[in-house]
Design a protein around this ligand. Structure first.
Ligand code: UDP
Length: 239
């Protein structure tokens, strides 16, 4: 398959057309941003790590019956995916209060939630990605009732699969963000699943192993991403 012209450049990835109209080519960058692009930096090797970590999670989910856009890895920082028309929503699932939820409802960070909380955010940089409810989604025509129900159900299914899998790797899954898109009318998981889009805490020590280390200037950011890769695959990233 051939990588052709770039269609889109986002904060962490570039998307290219390919010679197959059914597929896009995604290149993961080392650039890191936070707070809707207000904070910018680079995390060495992040592109390669997130490419491989995302492929790992998409393969795990496929084994468990959850379809995503992932097709195959290409080289170090690239993957081929099914061409999606992205639904302009971020779907967040939370098990433990952190980040914006801790602020919004006043729970101290680290509070176990009685049940997983699913939230939808409107992907719109100019509006700062606001939290939206079912009615907002309908009047904005972002998704149909059926698509919304399917995203909600799939998000909880992904949560169950990841929680169980990560527990075996001594990692607590605090929260994560998913994106969905349509491929020939079928709803598929898109984007990435990585320490950029999930909060991972070490089960024993509570140490943060995700992008919060970058957001909060905690240091050892690359090491945290490498540690997630190592725990998942049992290999060091250079191997
Ligand atoms: N998240 C993301 N992209 C965003 C916003 C959030 O991947 O644009 C992820 C984030 O990494 C975390 C979860 O979604 O795992 C919940 O994030 P939160 O709403 O707490 O916002 P944040 O504190 O990251 O601003």
């Amino acid at each position: 398959m051939q990588k052709l012209e770039m269609l889109y450049e986002g904060k962490a990835k570039k998307v290219y057309r390919t010679d197959n109209p059914e597929c896009f080519w995604v290149e993961f960058k080392d650039n890191a941003t936070a707070f809707n692009g207000a904070k910018r930096g680079t995390i060495d090797h992040k592109g390669v790590l997130n490419n491989r970590i995302s492929a790992y999670f998409f393969r795990l989910l496929a084994e468990k019956g959850v379809s995503s856009h992932f097709v195959s890895l290409k080289g170090d920082r690239d993957m081929v995916v099914k061409a999606l028309k992205i639904i302009m929503l971020e779907v967040v699932v939370r098990n433990i209060a952190a980040g914006s939820l801790a602020k919004r409802i006043g729970f101290p960070e680290g509070t176990l939630l009685e049940k997983p909380v699913v939230e939808f955010y409107y992907k719109n940089d100019a509006l700062n990605d606001p939290l939206v409810n079912d009615d907002h989604i309908k009047v904005l025509k972002l998704a149909t009732t059926e698509q919304l129900a399917q995203m909600h159900q799939t998000a909880l299914q992904v949560n169950r699969i990841l929680l169980e899998h990560l527990a075996g790797k001594e990692i607590d899954l605090i929260d994560f963000k998913l994106e969905f898109g349509l491929h020939n009318g079928k709803l598929l998981l898109g984007d990435e699943i990585s320490p950029d889009t999930c909060r991972f805490w070490d089960k024993k020590t509570g140490e943060k192993l995700d992008k919060d280390r970058f957001r909060r200037d905690m240091g050892n950011v690359e090491e945290a991403y490498r540690e997630i890769y190592r725990r998942l695959t049992g290999k060091n990233f250079e191997e």
